[in-house]
Design a protein around this ligand. Structure first.
Ligand code: DX5
Ligand code: ZN
Length: 216
């Protein structure tokens, strides 16, 4: 199934509830929530209190992308705030298996994110245990960047890896996805589409509908 996951990093925070409602109304299925710690990535974004408020105001699948060092420190709290999917970066975990265990114990969907230059071999043994792989199509930490072209090859290779093992793992893509690049990531095999600026800059409902139309 193809799903759109608008990234609220690009939202107008003075109108967050309203903008999320507009994306939901237009048919988005997920809501992408970027947590940054100023350590794994240079920026700091938002965390538990915002997630908690959103959980109370939306039925969208809360798709939490943890760009933080040693995310095992926060998985319990993120889960308690109502996340549906928790994605950790392979590069940020000393014990990736333990992080996946913690997410699965809470009966949530577990994702592993890889930065653009991180090879897919990181997933060799753990792939059957996860529900989703997040292929970063830009360097994590900032919205509004341009998609790095070689990540399209990586999506294709991941798709082949998943199919050759008879798995049904979702492939999420994140960074620089807009009306121009959406077709390329879909063709390469992605099915969960994160989009920040292309959703929240301008008319949220209209932007969401346009992206969803291209995903049909
Ligand atoms: C970047 C974040 C993205 C970001 C995408 O590190 O993980 O989710 O919000 O923003 P756009 O779609 O504007 O590239
Ligand atoms: Zn993200």
């Amino acid at each position: 199934m193809k799903c759109l996951s608008p990234s609220i990093l690009a939202a107008d925070f003075t109108r967050l509830g309203e903008q999320v409602a507009a994306a939901e109304q237009a048919g988005a299925q997920y809501l992408h929530f970027d947590v940054m710690d100023g350590c794994f990535v240079p920026n700091i974004s938002f965390g538990m209190p915002v997630l908690d408020s959103l959980r109370k105001s939306t039925n969208l699948m809360l798709d939490v992308h943890l760009m933080i060092e040693e995310p095992v420190r926060y998985i319990r709290e993120i889960a308690d705030c109502g996340a549906d999917i928790i994605t950790v970066h392979a590069e940020a975990c000393t014990d990736l298996n333990h992080a996946v265990d913690m997410i699965k114990e809470r009966e949530l969907l577990a994702g592993i994110a890889l930065c653009p230059a991180t090879p897919l071999t990181e997933l060799a043994y753990i792939l059957p245990r996860v529900d989703m792989v997040l292929v970063m199509t830009v360097n994590p930490g900032l919205g509004g960047q341009k998609l790095i072209p070689y990540t399209l090859d990586k999506i294709r290779d991941l798709k082949a890896m998943i199919e050759s093992r008879g798995l049904k793992t979702d492939i999420e893509v994140d960074g620089g996805i807009n009306l121009e690049t959406l077709g390329q990531v879909l063709d390469a095999g992605a099915n969960i589409i994160v989009s920040g600026s292309a959703v929240f800059e301008g008319d949220v409902e209209e932007n969401t509908k346009r992206l969803l139309d291209m995903m049909k």
